[in-house]
Design a protein around this ligand. Structure first.
Ligand code: NAD
Length: 441
């Protein structure tokens, strides 16, 4: 199949490279010329494991090309995917569809009859209908519009794309279905389930999935608070409930709250859709509130660990990216947490294995260290914010030696209290028994 991928970001680039790897002919388009120049010279615009090798090998085979010229890509394409950003609109949290509709108006000038326009971007229910209306306005005929929401996770994007739990296709006509089945055929050989639904249902499925995962995270975070009050261990509880097949073990890690490029904006957008439909979504609304509050609670927790006051305290932050294995800083929990610490008068030295360049654009007045031990040197306490693998195997004796104060705040429950205490550190985890009792133990 000949595919045009409009938008060459986290989703467009990974999807484009994987489709090319399946054997399709893919042209990735982006209006960001420096991104396309970089890709044409083998420079990846994002940090994603395995991406560079996949892009390079498919580009060398001639199956994957990059351009800013939308016309040339779309004219040839049997399927035109839209993978542009749909950020939260300032003010109301509605999904901002400006980039999507701009892309549709541009592609309308070049698309050929028989082609299928596929939204891979996360878009509110009914967006496909609006795309159809724009195409009609632009005089386009004989083109189908389908929805194919993407469920990949940054940090494991290629594996997720190639071994998806499911592929959701929302199509209103047989032709669109057939084209999408053909595109994903290599995955059916791997027995990936494909779910064909109505277009509106597919659009809403993506929001329902993200909202449900966000609920799971907020649920376990609230349970962690209860564990701290009653001296129970949330990790054992997560295991105790997660082994139940009806619940499942994933997304039950207590921590500083969810962030990233999807959950925060998608939960807000879902609430907007629900408001417009006049149907309250109380569970999701509460989840958003719990999560927003969670970040501030984390700064409070760090202040408590520092003895109640962060003024003049030097804090080492380990991990800034919203999760490990990505340089994505969008809505990272580290942002409100670090900012709250600075507001309370703390001095911050941070280390992240790959997100420094992105983080430098966001944080002012913090120091960036070259490794975890450098960040900890002379600090009053160290806080693990993102659970990068390299923070799982720290030499705690060395950390304790570098620190001025001997306090480890582990917002990801990477360490056991005993091993931290053996290194001479006072340990604060999340939801693992009473904060104060252990703090003074
Ligand atoms: P991104 O910001 O990384 O990439 C979007 C790209 O689109 C940018 O490079 C931008 O320059 C380009 N673009 C915008 N308008 C364009 C136009 N008219 N023509 C050509 N290029 C254009 O965004 P992303 O993280 O890849 O997300 C894209 C969509 O996928 C969003 O709707 C998001 O919700 C959804 N999604 C993201 C993830 C994720 O993990 N990032 C996962 C699933 C779904």
């Amino acid at each position: 199949m000949r595919i045009a991928m409009i938008g060459t970001g986290y989703v467009g680039l990974v999807s484009g490279a994987c489709f090319a790897d399946f054997g399709h002919q893919v042209c990735c388009v982006d209006k960001n010329a420096s991104k396309i120049d970089g890709l044409n010279n083998g420079v990846m615009p994002i940090w994603e494991p395995g991406l560079e090798a996949l892009v390079t090998s498919n580009a060398q085979r001639g199956r994957l090309t990059f351009t800013t010229d939308l016309a040339s890509a779309v004219k040839e394409a049997e399927a035109v995917f839209i993978a542009v950003g749909t950020p939260a609109r300032r003010g109301d949290g509605h999904a901002d569809l400006t980039f999507v509709f701009e892309a549709v108006r541009e592609l309308a000038r070049f698309i050929q009859p028989g082609a299928v326009v596929v939204t891979k971007s996360t878009v509110p229910v009914g967006t496909g209908d609006r795309i159809e209306a724009i195409l009609r306005e632009e005089g386009v005929e004989g083109v189908s519009v389908a929805s194919n929401p993407e469920f990949l996770r940054e940090g494991a994007a290629i594996a997720d794309f190639k071994h998806p739990d499911r592929i959701v296709v929302g199509a209103e006509d047989d032709h669109a279905q057939e084209v999408l089945r053909e595109i994903y055929r290599p995955l059916f050989l791997n027995r990936a389930p494909i779910l064909i639904t109505g277009r509106r249902t597919a659009e809403l499925t993506k929001y329902a999935a993200n909202a449900f995962l966000a609920v799971k995270i907020s649920f376990i975070n609230e349970m962690a608070n209860l564990c701290e009050a009653v001296d129970a261990d949330v990790q054992d509880i997560a295991r105790g409930i997660g082994l139940d097949n009806r619940i499942g073990p994933k997304f039950l890690h207590a921590g500083p709250g969810y962030g990233g490029s999807c959950f925060p904006k998608d939960t807000l957008a879902l609430l907007q859709t629900a408001d417009e439909a006049g149907v309250d979504q109380r569970i999701v609304r509460t989840t958003v509130e719990v999560n927003d509050h969670r970040k501030l609670e984390m700064a409070e927790r760090v202040a408590e660990a520092a003895g109640g006051d962060l003024k003049g305290k030097r804090v080492a932050i380990l991990g800034l990216a919203f999760k490990p294995n990505t340089d994505d800083m969008r809505e990272a929990p580290s942002i409100p947490i670090v900012k709250a610490m600075i507001d309370r008068g703390a001095e911050v030295a941070a280390f992240d294995p790959v997100a420094r360049e992105q983080a430098e654009k966001i944080f002012e007045g913090i120091e960036f260290a070259d490794d975890a031990y450098a960040a900890a040197t002379g600090a009053d306490l160290v806080v693990i914010v993102t659970e990068w693998d390299e923070f799982r195997a720290l030499d705690l004796d060395r950390m304790a030696g570098a620190l001025r104060g001997k306090v480890l705040v582990d917002l990801r429950n990477v360490y056991d209290r005993t091993e931290a205490e053996e290194a001479g550190l006072t340990y604060f985890g999340v939801g693992r028994g009473r904060l104060h009792r252990h703090a003074s133990a």
